[in-house]
Ligand binder design. Sequence first.
Ligand code: F0G
Length: 357
Amino acid sequence: MAHQWRGVIREYFDRLDVDASTPIITLGEGGTPLVEAPALAKLVGAEEVWLKVEGMNPTGSFKDRGMTMAVSKAVGHGAKAVICASTGNTSASAAAYAAAAGIQSVVLVPEGKIALGKLSQAVAHKAQILQVQGNFDDCLDLARALSENYPVHLVNSVNPDRIEGQKTAAFEVIERLGYAPDIHVLPVGNAGNYSAYFKGYLEDFNAGVIKTVPKMWGFQADGSAPFVYGTPVKNPDTIATAIRIGNPASYELALSARECSLGEFGSVLDSEILWMHRFLSQEVGVFVEPSSATGAAGLLKNARAGKVPAGSKIVVTVTGHGLKDALWALKDENGNEIQPQSVSNRAEEVAERLGLA
Ligand code: F0G
């Protein structure tokens, strides 16, 4: 019988902070495709570019890798409810894993600033949702305060169980390629995922599985780039709502990952994000949410600045599925709505419209 992927806790049991008494709450997360993207490699002048397609996780984003750990450990500690602040994906994931565990989820989201697909996921999984009059950073302050003073377990990435689970993506990259890439590129919000990949690579390096660690390149949206400015951003602003974060939770962790990996942080304009969002859909065949195109947009920016050595092997994590924030695909380069043309059911007319006749 073909091997069925068992979720990251069972697949990496010996490499995670779990033991036989840990209840395993899983939806089969991880084991996502690493897709070669020759069109992107050509565009940036690299030998190989691979996309780690995290939209293929059960709730459509990389958050599931960390959430299986966080919710399993929470249940192991007897938690009856979990809480998170979120720009959308964490809440979708927390709600789904809480549903699987039979416990309550509480999610705090910035009012009017989360994509419809993500909100509908949290509703579908019966989370208690509150829209906070503020941004993500305000939501996280609130979630921390509530978890410290009330019986709810925090499942944001300030919880180290989340980072533990998310590091498994680096293990998968190495297993698939047989080597570490020269550069690993990611979109950055709280920088939990950036830090988690580095942790995974470092563990494999220390175990002698790989001979080098990749340079970690993290990209933010220009209006929301505290790592680039070196200071928190009070009113972060970008169309990439998933990474609309001004005060990253994993700031120190990520700075040390950058230093150890000889990596860097950069930022890109919303227009560059949307351009790359379209390129990935049209030229690579991978539909991601706009925020998820931020890494690849940054890679292109660095390539144009001459920072991508010929012969480089690069992995870019695309973090969330395009269907979560689908409306961006229905706009053209100028922001005009795209409406498929209406036709009759006569073959001659349709052929003519299609330019076949
Ligand atoms: N890409 C997507 C699609 C995200 O949802 C997030 C974070 C990131 C990238 C950045 O990851 O925070 O680890 O640097 N989303 C969080 C949320 C904040 O609430 O869903 P990070």
